[in-house]
Design a protein around this ligand. Structure first.
Ligand code: ATP
Ligand code: MG
Length: 404
């Protein structure tokens, strides 16, 4: 097959490949960018594979950076853009089910394509548009099929992460996993336990954010992969309920994790420990802990001014997207309007602060001051009192008397 007109993203890279070819070597675009070109999907980065060894690439181009030279990756700098090129290689060993013991540079494209995970990811593209398809990847792209290159059992045994990649591509592309590949996953699922959580997390998040998450999630559950992921082992029933929700699509990772935590019925304390096991960042944990309670409010129709104030604008939006899956959401614009109508959006907008109350002479620093400020904030947020300095100072004096 020959592609007549390559997408514009390839244009500036073509001279780089031509230059490698002129020096007597082979060079191809490989991996996701070829797959996405044929599917007509957006391409985010381009990978180049070559028969030239790193030292040979460095002899051809003046400006290069050794970005991963021990794996054969060199970045070529050309007119201000960097192009990562990786020497054709084979991998062997895989004693630990995750990383090859040995990477060997080779001159043959077919050896390089053979070590790739799925047929749709094992296509190569010449700079002139010619597609090299040694494993029927084009037919599988047509059939919307994820199929391991070679023997699935062996391939998953070599690198257990590939099983998570299978379900993430099923979701990302809305493809189906081929039967024998699926059997290979079912058989080798326990090997996922050998893989670092950080690497599983990357694929898991991509699965949850794919074009059709249910497509990958269904096999993630059916093959038993979920059992080897943090905090999911006993959760088949709860996870399966996600499959019957409307064909959902979420906008960001905090929504995805909030949906999952909500679906698992986790308290905010449990959310922290669950997400820590997944090696989530503190920032993500903070966001999810704001979203989950808001989803509950939307379900119970108990969303009020104080919930919105505490959650904040972004969490409110995220919670509404999660609630949408369950049919509990409010209209996005109406919700944004409700939020905008809050008298204050954060404590800095309150017309008095602790210092003002102390200066007023009625209240001393301490926990009581904090409680009074909280009461004032709630009263302002709920619209029971105006956000006016004098009015708030008078109210504070009153509260100070009442609270002794
Ligand atoms: P994306 O568009 O999400 O980046 P991608 O196909 O480019 O998809 P990458 O993770 O960037 O995925 O990997 C690039 C290529 O490297 C893949 O297309 C595949 O050919 C190969 N590859 C990546 N990870 C593995 C793996 N674990 N086993 C075998 N081949 C792999
Ligand atoms: Mg990629």
């Amino acid at each position: 097959m020959k592609i007549k007109k390559l997408p514009a993203i390839f244009t500036p890279a073509r001279p780089v490949l031509q230059k490698i070819e002129q020096a007597g070597f082979e060079a191809y675009f490989v991996g996701g960018c070829v797959r996405d070109t044929i599917l007509g999907d957006p391409i985010h980065d381009i990978d180049i594979a070559t028969s030239a060894y790193p030292s040979e690439i460095k002899a051809i181009f003046k400006r290069t950076v050794d970005t991963g030279i021990e794996h054969g990756t060199v970045m070529i700098l050309d007119h201000g853009t960097g192009y990562e090129t990786t020497t054709f290689r084979t991998e062997s060993g895989y004693q630990d089910y995750r990383r090859p013991d040995k990477v060997t540079f080779v001159r043959s494209l077919s050896e390089d394509l053979k070590r790739r995970d799925f047929t749709i990811n094992a296509l190569a593209l010449r700079e002139n548009g010619e597609v090299i398809d040694l494993f029927d990847g084009l037919a599988d792209l047509n059939k919307h099929l994820i199929r391991a290159v070679g023997n699935p059992d062996e391939r998953f045994h070599e690198d257990a992460l590939r099983m998570m990649r299978a379900v993430r591509f099923a979701s990302k592309l809305d493809f189906v996993i081929d039967q024998s590949t699926l059997t290979g996953i079912r058989k080798n699922a326990p090997l996922l336990a050998k893989i670092a959580v950080e690497r599983i997390q990357v694929e898991f998040e991509k699965m949850l954010l794919g074009q059709r998450p249910v497509s990958g999630l269904k096999d993630f559950i059916a093959t038993g992969l979920y059992r080897y992921c943090p905090g999911l082992a006993g959760q088949k029933a709860a996870l399966s309920q996600l499959l019957v929700l409307n064909n959902w699509q979420l906008e960001n990772i905090q929504q995805a994790w909030a949906m999952l935590c909500f679906q698992l019925g986790l308290s905010n304390k449990q959310v922290s420990s669950f997400l820590k096991r997944w090696k989530a960042s503190n920032n993500l944990i903070r966001q999810v802990k704001r979203i989950v309670p808001l989803v509950s409010c939307l379900r119970e129709r108990s969303l009020d001014a104080m919930n919105m104030y505490n959650g904040g604008e972004n969490a409110l939006h995220d919670a509404n997207q999660v609630a949408k899956l369950y049919g509990w959401a409010k209209d996005d614009a109406a919700l944004a309007e409700l939020y905008q109508a809050l008298p204050i959006k954060n404590s800095k907008e309150l017309a008095v602060d602790g210092r003002a109350l102390i200066a007023d002479g009625q209240i001393k620093p301490g926990p009581r001051l904090g409680r009074i400020l909280n009461d004032l904030t709630t009263a302002v947020v709920e619209g029971r009192i105006a956000n006016d300095r004098d009015i708030l100072l008078t109210a504070a004096q009153q509260l100070a008397k009442e609270k002794g």
